[in-house]
Design a protein around this ligand. Structure first.
Ligand SMILES: [Zn+2]
Length: 114
């Protein structure tokens, strides 16, 4: 029997990359990560892992990616999880060059207001 469908993944934005993590699904041996460039676009396979996180590198900073995962075991694959949307970071602090943290008011390192 395939594992249950995973919950919506969590995305942390980085420079030209997205770090994706999720909650363990009972009975899953590994997880496959998919991304699409639009809500109804065909999902592309990004990679798989036995862990609970995955980083997709080399992404376009101007694109909103739609991320889904599947849980896999010897019985097959679950359905795709709900979609989490993420856009890679492009804006760096003009004073210290630090990547901004999502939702932060101003630079989290030097305090410069944006
Ligand atoms: Zn700064």
């Amino acid at each position: 029997m395939p594992p249950a469908t995973p919950g919506i993944p969590t995305i942390v934005r980085g420079r030209k990359m997205l770090s994706i993590s999720w909650t363990r699904v009972y009975g899953a041996d590994e997880y496959e990560v998919y991304y699409a460039m639009s809500l109804f676009g065909a999902p592309f396979f990004a990679g798989k892992t036995a862990g609970l996180s995955y980083i997709i590198n080399g992404l376009d900073s101007n694109t909103i990616y739609h991320i889904q995962i599947k849980a896999i075991n010897s019985g097959g694959a679950s359905a795709l999880s709900p979609i989490a949307k993420g856009k890679p970071q492009v804006n760096f602090c003009g004073k210290c060059g630090t990547e901004p943290r999502l939702g932060a008011l101003g630079c989290h390192k030097c305090g410069k207001q944006v």
